[in-house]
Ligand binder design. Structure first.
Ligand SMILES: C[S@@+](CC[C@H](N)C(=O)[O-])C[C@H]1O[C@@H](n2cnc3c(N)ncnc32)[C@H](O)[C@@H]1O
Length: 288
């Protein structure tokens, strides 16, 4: 009985008849809410939870990581179209990304795998290079958070053999002074890329484009040559991981062997080769 009476008294104290308590509670609630919200806005939830993957705005030049990952979940949960690489091929680059953590990841080509590559590199920088402006618009309609540069290649698949001879005779193609920005003489050098591509040290480069299955297509000769140059010019510690898809085709295989080198090949799964390119031990004229 005594207890019931005390409870009654207690509740009465909390009733609106005691407006100062109510006011204090409301002010406290609003203040607490604002404090928590500002923590999220100022520091990003990633820092509160010690991880990049769920951040509201982890830095990177990608849009928000969360947006990318949510877009990826929605896309792949509702699409019947899947990436062309098999799961065992995809796993090769996935494992490297997991081991490196947030990475600078340059991907040649936009495809049904693009959202996946960006989403599995949370907190990193993932940039796509695509030859076809119309295809860029189509892909960005569904995945506006992807970062894409359009590239106008100056090669054709039909020139693949002639370009290898050109490499042998053009001093500006030589491994000794290999460079891309402003390299107008070496036709294999991608000299039309954005400063962001030249100024970033890429940890991973995926060559799964441009198209190389008909004579007038750009072919992957310049992409493979330029990936080798970027890797050799790396100043950061560690190797550059370069992946080439479709190595069952003559040109991809020949160019990968010529510029990325069999001695740097660390894995071959399905139609994918994985190279680890170290900085060159000496500046010889050859890539291998
Ligand atoms: C050989 S595909 C690689 C595709 C990618 N690995 C994938 O899983 O979808 C690369 C190039 O094909 C072209 N491409 C791919 N899918 C396309 C589509 N549905 N429509 C038009 N062009 C496409 C783009 O130019 C792209 O850069």
């Amino acid at each position: 009985m005594q207890k019931t009476h005390n409870q009654k008294q207690h509740y009465q104290k909390l009733k609106p008849e005691n407006p100062w308590i109510l006011g204090l509670a409301v002010v406290g609630l609003i203040g607490g809410g604002l404090l928590i919200a500002s923590l999220f806005i100022n520091y990003g939830s990633s820092q509160l939870f010690c991880g990049g993957a769920w951040g509201r705005t982890t830095f990177d030049g990608n849009a928000t990581t969360t947006t990318l990952q949510l877009e990826a979940i929605l896309h792949y949960a509702t699409s019947r179209v899947v990436p062309q690489q098999s799961i065992s091929e995809i796993t090769v680059s996935y494992d490297v990304l997991r081991s490196l953590g947030p990475s600078n990841f340059l991907v040649f080509g936009l495809g049904h795998d693009s959202l996946m590559w960006a989403a599995i590199n949370p907190g990193g920088r993932t940039l796509f290079l695509e030859e076809d402006p119309k295809w860029v618009q189509t892909v960005l309609k569904d995945a506006p958070a992807l970062r894409v540069d359009t590239v106008h290649y100056r090669t054709q698949l039909s020139q693949a053999d002639e370009l290898l001879q050109h490499y042998g005779t053009e001093p500006d193609c030589s491994a000794k002074n290999s460079f891309l920005r402003g390299n107008d003489k070496c036709r294999l050098a991608l000299n039309m890329l954005s400063d962001e591509v030249y100024d970033t040290e890429w940890d991973m480069i995926m060559v799964d484009a441009p198209r190389g299955y008909f004579a007038e297509a750009p072919g992957r000769m310049a992409a493979i040559y330029s990936a080798a140059v970027m890797a050799r010019n790396r100043k950061k510690s560690g190797v550059t991981h370069v992946f080439v898809h479709d190595v069952d085709r003559r040109v991809e295989k020949k160019y990968a062997e010529a510029f990325l080198c069999k001695k740097h090949l660390v894995k071959a799964v399905g139609r994918l080769w994985h190279f680890e390119i170290p900085p060159p031990a000496n500046m010889s004229c050859d890539f291998c």
